[in-house]
Design a binder for this molecule. Sequence first.
Ligand code: FAD
Length: 292
Amino acid sequence: MTNIKVSELLNTDRVTISCEMFPPKKGSQLNDYKKTVEEMARLKPAYLSCTYGATGGTSDYTVEIADTINQNGVPAIAHLTCASSTKEKVRSVIEELKARGICNILALRGDIPENADFPLPDQYHHATELIAEIKAAGDFCIGGACYPEGHPEAASREEDLVHLKEKVDAGCDYLTTQMFFDNNIYYNFMYKALKKGIHVPVVAGIMPVTNAGQIGRIVSLSGNLVPAKFLTIVDRFADDPKAMKQAGIAYATEQIIDLIANGVSHIHIYSMNRPDVAGSIMDNLSDIYIRS
Ligand code: FAD
């Protein structure tokens, strides 16, 4: 049951809400962390994804965490990046995923390590090459990332869309968006993506911002546009952590309700190992998203 491909869930109009986790740092207590996986699984998201080497966590744990997610009765997606690894290392991770019966991979290039010669001859250059490799390696459901505001390295949004179409054609079964704080950005992007011939499901990524410090980091990393409405909330509640958390959850909830009301069925919450935050959003949607 948990070994299902998430594309089976995403190719229907039934609303799905999924959540994201990141692995702990190397040397941390993986057993303690597994309790967080259990708490996230109890929220009954449609699926849970685990990042690979992002947000300071170690990629060494991603496969094991994805396995733990599956064991908790929730379909797991393992992220896999290639910019910091050799092709050989990437292939060994794919084989490990196969051996553990993890059939969902979110295939990413990853950020290019600072001061590194990239790509070396034994590395994949773009996510498209990694996707082709995974497709040849077995019967996986493959996801890719997309950027409604354009990837920061892209010369233009048009060029980014051209490469996105190549990525889908290489074998992406679905896409998940970078976070956005104004739904019009997503609607506008979808219009352009469809015109470009991109017809796979595009899961909308929503980041609940529950402390003011997050906003600066998000903008500097991804160049996201932050609407005045949201900045007003941060201005008013930044010094009151409980109020900021409540306002951030309400803002994310409102974004999700607007998306679903406008026909967007698939939402991914960047829940950052916070079952309390993801749970509050799910509770706010209890008659909109029916957990099975
Ligand atoms: P690509 O699709 O390879 O695109 C990167 C850039 O190259 C873009 O500007 C694109 O336009 C350009 N490009 C693509 N193909 C070509 C081509 N043929 N010729 C020229 N240019 C090209 N990072 C992590 O480290 N771990 C994670 O787990 C993780 N999870 C993520 C999940 C989601 C949903 C998202 C949106 C991002 C995630 N990231 C993660 C961040 C991601 O790794 C970075 O944004 C990275 O810089 C780009 O990865 P990509 O797979 O989108 O790259």
